[in-house]
Structure formats: structure tokens, C-alpha cells
Design a protein around this ligand. Structure first.
Ligand SMILES: Cc1cc2nc3c(=O)[nH]c(=O)nc-3n(C[C@H](O)[C@H](O)[C@H](O)COP(=O)(O)O)c2cc1C
Length: 390
């Protein structure tokens, strides 16, 4: 049988967390849920053991009690967050609107499915528990989606896992994995969610080695080699953003970057603004490079290209994302496609191009790592923020 790739991809990419669009009026037969569990059971399991057990909750009294537990562990927070964020345009505004809606209507969802697995997670590193159930539950959600039903992976209730186990009679020694509300969806069109492109988070052969294209065999500058460093900072985005847009910040920590100054007439970061960066390298010497801000989104993204905006020697980017209680800072680089410090070395020794690229990437990566670590320490108050070279 030929698999219809388009349909499979569509199901895999549009199985969203459905909460606002659950149809609470339309009954859901057990048969369709059993069908989807049969499909989910085809997922792999450590040691080929069939240890997953599923509870399909239909009883209104039990559903109401589950809704109470959910309200206590996450629902009240979600409702508060929804009300606080309404109309602010905050990145979590829509998620909280949807999550709060589920919390308020959980008792009315036609079926609540609780997947469990025999065994307790003991952090032993042996296979067979979470890693034998997560993929199966996700298959269940995708199988539902393919049939026009929606679900949402939720775990907030596990904060009251003992009470939930007692309510459902789950024996000691079993682990509850998630709580999956199931209903027909209102409409069947769902979109892909914004995610990182694979080439920004998937590395070839070595962690954090990225390629805009290819890489060819052997790899070359035209493949757009690059790297990325990331750090989680226990401080709000507002505390990190001024460090990221302080163009001279890295000079105190990088072994190559010496400082930067805004071009004449430019008094700070904005789209199109120009600055001049100064660098030093034992093999290249000292040099200044014009930089052009080509990405600027307040409190979330600051990027620039070097030398020539139409044929840059390098493309640099800071990205900030708010994650639970912290800021994730991502600092990435793509070398080329235009000429840069390593072009002369490659021209002189074309047969060594892959090795030159590899070394250069590692050099950049360690300097970039120093810079983000320093930003973390500064934002978290472990390093004094002194005047930069800007
Ligand atoms: C481990 C995990 C726990 C989650 N817990 C909850 C939860 O308790 N309540 C909820 O409403 N959504 C929960 N979600 C759903 C996420 O909020 C949702 O996946 C995210 O907003 C992205 O939406 P999308 O899946 O439609 O792309 C959880 C998701 C995961 C993976």
C-alpha cells in the first residue's frame, strides 16, 4: 500500500491543542475512541511490553470531580492569566484564553481520556516508562484528528495525581501520563503552528553546527555554515533586551570582538541603523566592519549583517523568548555568503575549506557562548553592568 504522504503530514502538522473549538454538544461514541486506542497501541514500547492502560471517563459525576481537581491545580491560574492578559497582545494571551476556556468547561467535554502505564518512573534511565507511552498517546491524538475529533494534551491535573488516582481507582505502582479531553471539533480546518525551521534547530554531525543549505560533500562556504548558542536567564525579557541591543557588550567577553560604535548620526538600535564593529584575530589581524541592523523587533529580535547588506560576510541574530519564569536567549550566526575574514584562508588553501570552516565555527561558538553567559550573569545580578565600548 502506498501511504498518502500529504494526508499523513496534514494530520501530523495540524493536530493542535483544541480547547475553544471542542464541540461540547455532539456525543462521542466509545467505538471511535477504542479505534484510536487500537491505533495508538501500535506505537513502540521498551522491551515490546504492552504496559499502557487507558481510562475513558464518561460519568458526569467523575468528570465534574476531575474538573474540580483541574481547576485547583491549573484552571484558576489559567483563568486569572486570561483575564490579566486580555487585550495586551502578550504572546501567551491566546493560549491562556483557550486554556481558561477548557478549565471552565472540562466537566462538559464528552470524554476525558487518562492514559496510564504500569510502573513508576524511577529515573533509572532504563527504557519502558515515559518513553513507552508518550509516543502512543500522541498517536492517539493524531488518530482522533484524522477522524475529525480534537484533543488537548494536558498535565496540570497531575499536580493532584494522588487524588486523581484515588478517584479513578488507579492502582499504586501505575503512572498517570496526561489528561486528554476528547470531542468532535467545530470545523475541521486547523493550521500549522509557528515553530523553529528544522535548519535552525537540527545540527549535522556536531551540536550547534547549522547549515543554510546542503551541506555539500565536502562542505563549503556557499552552504551557509553557522552556529547557535542558547542560555536560559532567570530574569525578565525587559532585563535582557538592553544587554542584547548594547552593541558593545560582547567586547568585554569575546576574544575577537573589540567593541562597536554607532555610525555618525545614529543614536541607537532600529531597523536599518548602521554601526561599526572592531575585531582582532591572531591569523587575520585587526579590522573594522560596517554592520547593518536588518532585524529589529522590540524585546524579541535584534539582528545585523556585516560588510554588505546585499552580500553579507556574516549574519548575526539575537532572539529572546519568554519561557516559564525565565528568558531564553538565542544568539546565532551564519557565515557568508559574501566575503569575510576566512575567505582569504579558503582561497589560499581551497582543499582545507571544510577544516577551516569547522575551526571558524568553533571559534565563533566559544566567543558567542562567553557573551551569552555574561549577559546571563549580568541580568541575574551576578556581574556588574559597566559601561560598554559602544
Ligand atoms: C507536557 C505538556 C503539558 C501541557 N499541559 C497543559 C495543560 O495542563 N492545560 C492546557 O490547557 N494545555 C496544556 N498543554 C498544551 C499546550 O499549552 C499546547 O500544546 C501549546 O499551547 C501549543 O499549542 P499547539 O499544541 O496547538 O501547538 C500541554 C502540553 C504539553 C506538551
Amino acid at each position: 500500500m502506498t501511504i498518502d504522504v500529504g494526508s499523513v503530514d496534514e494530520a501530523l502538522t495540524t493536530t493542535r491543542a483544541v480547547r475553544l473549538r471542542l464541540d461540547l454538544e455532539r456525543p462521542v461514541d466509545n467505538d471511535v475512541i477504542f479505534d484510536c486506542i487500537d491505533i495508538a497501541e501500535q506505537a513502540p514500547s521498551g522491551g515490546n511490553q504492552g504496559s499502557r492502560r487507558w481510562i475513558i471517563v464518561r460519568d458526569p459525576v467523575i468528570k465534574a470531580r476531575i474538573a474540580e481537581l483541574y481547576m485547583a491545580t491549573g484552571g484558576e491560574f489559567m483563568i486569572g492569566a486570561r483575564d490579566r492578559l486580555a487585550g495586551t497582545g502578550h504572546p501567551q494571551e491566546q493560549v491562556m484564553k483557550s486554556a481558561a476556556h477548557l478549565a471552565e468547561h472540562l466537566a462538559d467535554v464528552p470524554a476525558i481520556v487518562i492514559p496510564t502505564i504500569i510502573g513508576m518512573h524511577d529515573a533509572s534511565g532504563r527504557p519502558g516508562l515515559f518513553d513507552s507511552v508518550i509516543q502512543s498517546v500522541w498517536s492517539f491524538c493524531v488518530a482522533l484528528r484524522a477522524r475529525g475529533l480534537g484533543s488537548s494534551w494536558t498535565t496540570a491535573i497531575l499536580g493532584k495525581g494522588d487524588e486523581l488516582a484515588e478517584l479513578l481507582g488507579v492502582p499504586a505502582g501505575n503512572t498517570q501520563i496526561a489528561m486528554i479531553p476528547v470531542a468532535w471539533t467545530k470545523g475541521t480546518e486547523f493550521k500549522r503552528a509557528p515553530r523553529f525551521p528544522a535548519r535552525e534547530i537540527a545540527f549535522i554531525d556536531r551540536y550547534a553546527h547549522t547549515w543554510v543549505s546542503g551541506p555539500s560533500d565536502p562542505p563549503c562556504l556557499a552552504d551557509g555554515p553557522g552556529t547557535v548558542v542558547e542560555v536560559d536567564i532567570q530574569a525578565p525579557v525587559d532585563a535582557v533586551w538592553p544587554l542584547v541591543t548594547d552593541i558593545g557588550f560582547g567586547a568585554r567577553f569575546s576574544e575577537e570582538f573589540r567593541g562597536a560604535r554607532w555610525a555618525d548620526g545614529v543614536d541607537g538600535p532600529s531597523l536599518g541603523a548602521q554601526f561599526i564593529g572592531s575585531n582582532v584575530h591572531p591569523a587575520i589581524g585587526e579590522w573594522d566592519v560596517p554592520c547593518f541592523v536588518h532585524r529589529y523587533a522590540e524585546r524579541s529580535e535584534f539582528g545585523w549583517v556585516t560588510s554588505d547588506p546585499d552580500n553579507p560576510g556574516a549574519q548575526w541574530r539575537f532572539e529572546l523568548a519568554q519561557i516559564a519564569g525565565a528568558t531564553r536567549l538565542r544568539y546565532s550566526l551564519v557565515i557568508g555568503p559574501g566575503p569575510s575574514g576566512i575567505s582569504a584562508a579558503i582561497s589560499a588553501m581551497p582543499d582545507k575549506e571544510p577544516r577551516i570552516l569547522h575551526r571558524r565555527i568553533e571559534e565563533h561558538r566559544s566567543n558567542m557562548q562567553r557573551v551569552v553567559e555574561a549577559m546571563k550573569a549580568t541580568a541575574e545580578g551576578d556581574l556588574p553592568s559597566t559601561e560598554s565600548n559602544a
